[in-house]
Each structure stands twice: as C-alpha cells, then as structure tokens.
Design a protein. Structure first.
Length: 227
C-alpha cells in the first residue's frame, strides 16, 4: 500500500490554513474543477478504438522531455492554494520549492523523495518508486504497460488520462492533463480512495535545458533555500 506520509504533493493537505489562501482557492477550484466535472460525467474512453495509439503518442511526448523548469500551483484537498517553482529531470529527479509562507521543500534525487519542513527542521522520506510521481519520472515512460489506464478522454484543447497502479500496491489514482496539440503536460491530479484530491498545475515551463545538479541534492545540515 502507498505510504500516507505528509507529502502534500502526493495526497494530503499543506499547512497553509490562512484566510487569504482559502479565498484564492475558491477561484482556482472553479477553473480546475472543470477537469473534475469532465472526468466524472464523460465516458471513460471517448475514442476507444485509438486508446493504445494515443497512449503511445503521450509516452513519446513525455519521453522526449528530459528536463523542464517553471512554476506550479497546488490546490490541496481542503482547497488551500500553494505556489512555487519546479525543476524536473528525468529519470527520477524533481524539486518542488514552495513560496513563503509555506515552509516545504520536496526533492527527489532519483531514488528517494524527501520532504523538508524548513520551519520545523524535519525531513521525511519515501521511496520514489512508492509514489505516483514515479510513473512520469521514469527513463522510459510506458503508461499502458506500467499502469492500469482507467480513462482516456479527448476534448478540444485537452487530453485527460486517468490511471492507477496496476500492481495494486499503491492506492488512489493519478490523472494527467495534456495540451491536445503539443501533448505537453499541464496538470496532474492525485486522488486518494477517500475522496481527497491534490491538484498541481504547471505554467511558464522551459524545456530540455540544463539544470544545476545541486537542485536535486538536499542537505540536512542546511535549511537555506536553494541548497
């Protein structure tokens, strides 16, 4: 079973319970909720004859992306919004650097995903392979083979893929939202089995550039941003 740690990028809420965050959440949930509405009411497969070919196109697009960096907006299950910067390098490496006042820093070195609460000076670890992020941080992404795809919905402007762990070792589902023209990843939504969902929306991405390898190293003797 997937370990339910406090990693907010995966399953649960962040610690930002401010009135401002709640107010911003309402506007963000309105826009991002359109994805949920489509997923809930549309047929699981809008083009069933081409599912395998469509998944292969998505795989090819993601496999062609070796790195990206940009901004992210996270909406937690309770509606609280957090923002920050993301750096991703396949295979296996990612860094989520939350803007203040959120004290969290999440880093994967390719093997272990570590959450650092810079305010509490705590470090929590989980194997990357035990998280849904592993599916699109792999060196060779193959959604049809690595996951159980439960929906592939094609709309003007968006393709939406929902999958779960085919082995049954991880709970919940992951939904990936792509631009229908470029098949660039725009959003992911990780839902648990209790009705909670964490949404992460990407923006201002720069692709396939060099990223300082120190971004994917987290030293416990320092809580300074950028280490």
């Amino acid at each position: 079973m997937m370990k339910k740690l406090i990693l907010p990028i995966l399953l649960v809420t962040t610690a930002l319970g401010t009135a401002v965050g709640t107010a911003v959440a309402q506007s963000s949930k309105t826009a991002m909720g359109q994805i949920s509405a489509k997923t809930q009411y549309a047929a699981p497969f809008t083009d069933p004859a081409n599912v395998r070919a469509d998944l292969a196109r998505i795989d090819a697009s993601m496999n062609a992306t070796t790195t990206f960096q940009g901004d992210f907006t996270q909406v937690a299950p309770d509606g609280v919004v957090s923002n920050g910067r993301i750096w991703l390098q396949r295979p296996g490496k990612v860094r989520f650097e939350y803007n203040e006042p959120n004290p969290l820093l999440i880093v994967s070195d390719g093997v272990t995903l570590v959450q650092n609460d810079r305010q509490l000076e705590t470090f929590d670890r989980v194997p990357l392979s035990a998280t849904p992020l592993n599916y699109f941080l792999k060196e060779n992404i193959n959604l049809a083979e690595d996951t159980e795809v439960t929906a592939l919905q094609k709309y003007p402007g968006q393709w939406i893929v929902t999958a779960r762990d085919g082995s049954g070792e991880q709970e919940g589902t992951m939904t990936l939202v792509f631009d229908s023209e470029t098949l660039a990843l725009q959003t992911w939504i990780i839902a648990d089995d209790f009705g909670g969902a964490t949404r992460v929306q990407l923006s201002n991405l720069q692709y396939n550039g060099r990223i300082d390898p120190r971004k994917f190293v987290l030293r416990e003797d320092s809580n300074r941003r950028g280490r």
